[in-house]
Design a protein around this ligand. Structure first.
Ligand code: F6R
Length: 594
């Protein structure tokens, strides 16, 4: 989950590397470094800290180089563990994303042969393996070296006195940017968009040689192959902040458009997947983090609209579960499409014989190659580490899937489907209404900033929304918060309620409303401040310290609106506390390690 960028061409490389790295900083940001080919060697500069801590004035002039921004996996963040890495002789420089599972064995073998290591990382072994196997043909050497690596990698290799970059990938993203008299490589598209919008995605096992006017690619068997050149239609502005103070706020405000775009062309005719080709009588959804919360909401949506039983599992747990004879139609949700846990789960589901569908936001992301079918959310690039608009669009896709399945199995009446569609179409407008009330929501944050612990409670379809609200607050405002089904508080967590433990309670007028009111009364009796989010109600207003209402929608669609309120609560609380909102500590945007 680090960022890689590389360039070879006719321009000065230092500035290009820095600019590319800044666009990738969301992928990891505890250290950074660059390597530039100069006169008779390779210049290296690396540092613990942010990209801005690199000293550009010290960079030599050069036309070929590689850069890296790191999120530590093996070895703490420090100068020594930052990339790039040299071999012993300083002939090669290497950057790596991913994890080399067998690095300890490789390191031991190389140490016996006299190699000296300068870091605690798994990545450094790659530079030394290249040195150990080098036989005047760098392409053949890299092809040989990758066969010795177990695990995931995206690798770039520089050699002194050479103007080419050797690259290789396995289970870690790597994209080639095709230019004129220059070519680039990066772990993610935004780093390339300043220079080109034509890209080639490498496949697992590929090795490639990038020169300024030529790109040559070989597959895992060593056969020369062509990879299609794809035009990217995200412009750079899409990937920038557009006047908002943080990407997260921009992305929260983009939700009306994101919902609209995700519905576009799909509301009345859903052609993304022909579900009739599959047995969908039992569904399982697998994902992590915020995508897991979307999956949990999805369970309620699918069971209610399509009347199909649905289970939800965390991707990191699924592979350790016992296989059974039941082969559910398996949906993997991952905004990035690069989450290692979810990709492994997709492979495992396939191995068990399940048909699989990925819901992702990133075109051609790794998960798309592991599944039978793909549905893209149309949220546009999400840069803030905290997932916001992608959660919302994942729900939109789940509504669309449920409608399609319900109509296919005749459990949903056409007129009811029509009603649902009308509601979906209204959602962008309702979200806009909430965004226009952001100042009211901001004021409520004053009740949260002082707290050390906060509970989020809901029932039924809004229980997972409570989980998501708690996750958002802890990840960006660093306040300990826990999501609970409201009925569970009395089974233990009640012991923690005090006058300084705010409770954010979600109450919409569904079949749980009366029970929820009862729960709120119990909480109020313990003196905890109550911030209610949901439908307007006189009794609720009396019981709660604050009531943030949402536009009136059928309860089935309330998660989208309630969640927008919770996103804003988290954002403004983090803002008041002066937290690093777009890059929370210890986190990275896509988690490409298990
Ligand atoms: C939280 C967040 C994470 C991700 C999780 C899965 O705001 O963003 O919890 O949801 O790491 O990521 P994806 O959806 O890319 O698989």
């Amino acid at each position: 989950m680090c960022g890689i960028v590389g360039y070879t061409g006719i321009n000065s490389v230092g500035d290009i590397l820095l600019r590319g790295l800044k666009r990738l900083e969301y992928r990891g940001y505890d250290s950074a470094g660059v390597a530039i080919v100069e006169n008779d060697g390779i210049y290296l500069q690396k540092t613990k800290g942010r990209i801005r801590d690199l000293d550009e004035d010290e960079f030599p002039y050069g036309n070929v180089g590689i850069g890296h921004t790191r999120w530590a996996t093996h070895g703490k963040p420090c100068d020594e563990n930052s990339h790039p890495f040299y071999d012993c002789a300083g002939e090669f420089a290497v950057v790596h994303n991913g994890i080399i599972d067998n690095f300890v064995t490789i390191k031991e073998e190389l140490t016996k042969k006299g190699h000296e290591f300068t870091s605690e990382t798994d990545s450094e072994v790659i530079a030394h393996l290249i040195e150990d196997n080098y036989d005047d043909d760098l392409v053949a050497t890299v092809q040989k070296v990758v066969t010795k690596l177990k695990g995931s990698y995206a690798i770039c290799v520089l050699q002194k006195n050479s103007h080419r970059i050797l690259i290789a990938r396995n289970q870690s993203p790597l994209v080639i940017g095709v230019g004129v008299d220059e070519n680039l490589v990066a772990s993610d598209v935004p780093a390339l968009l300043d220079y080109t919008n034509e890209v080639k995605y490498l496949e697992d096992g590929d090795v490639a040689e990038i020169c300024s006017n030529e790109v040559r690619i070989w597959d895992s068997l060593g056969n020369a192959v062509e990879r299609e050149t794809v035009e990217i239609d995200w412009d750079l502005e899409d990937a920038e902040k557009g006047g908002y103070e943080h990407y997260m706020l921009k992305e929260i405000y983009e939700q009306p458009k994101a919902i609209h775009d995700s519905l576009l062309g799909r509301l009345f005719e859903f052609n993304d997947v022909d579900f009739k080709r599959y047995d969908t009588s039992f569904i399982r959804i697998i994902s992590c983090g915020t995508s897991y919360h979307a999956a949990l909401v999805g369970k309620y949506i699918i069971e209610e609209i399509a009347k199909i039983p649905c289970t939800v599992e965390l991707a990191s747990e699924y592979r350790y579960s016992s296989p059974s004879d039941l082969l559910p139609f398996t949906i993997l949700i991952s905004q990035s499409g690069e989450t290692a846990d979810t990709i492994v789960a997709a492979k495992e589901a396939k191995l068990r014989g399940c048909k699989t569908l990925a819901i992702t936001n990133v075109i051609n992301s790794s998960i798309t190659r592991e599944v039978n079918e793909v549905i893209y959310t149309q949220a546009g690039p999400e840069i803030g580490v905290a997932a916001t608009k992608t959660f919302t669009t994942q729900l939109i896709v789940l509504y669309l899937i449920a409608l399609e399945l319900g109509l296919n199995n005749n459990k949903l009446l056409r007129e009811d489907a029509q009603e649902y569609r009308s509601e979906l179409r209204r959602l962008p407008r309702y979200v806009k209404v909430l965004l226009d009330r952001s100042e009211q929501i901001r004021k409520v944050c004053k009740k949260l900033v002082e707290a050390d612990d906060i509970f989020f409670v809901g029932r039924n379809i809004n229980y997972p929304v409570a989980l998501e609200g708690a996750l958002k607050l802890k990840e960006i405002a660093y306040i300990h918060s826990a999501g609970y089904p409201a009925g569970e508080l009395k089974h233990g967590p009640f012991a923690l309620l005090t006058e300084s433990t705010p409770v954010v309670a979600i109450l919409v007028k569904d079949h749980t409303f009366e029970k929820m009111l009862g729960n709120i009364g119990e909480i109020a009796a313990r003196g905890s401040p109550i911030i209610a989010v949901g439908d307007h109600d006189k009794e609720l207003k009396k019981l709660s310290d604050e009531l943030i209402t949402i536009p009136s929608v059928p309860p089935m669609f309330s998660p989208i609106l309630v969640n927008v309120v919770l996103q804003l609560l988290a954002y403004y609380t983090a803002y008041e506390l002066d937290c690093s909102i777009d890059k929370p500590r210890n986190l990275a945007k896509s988690v490409t390690v298990e």
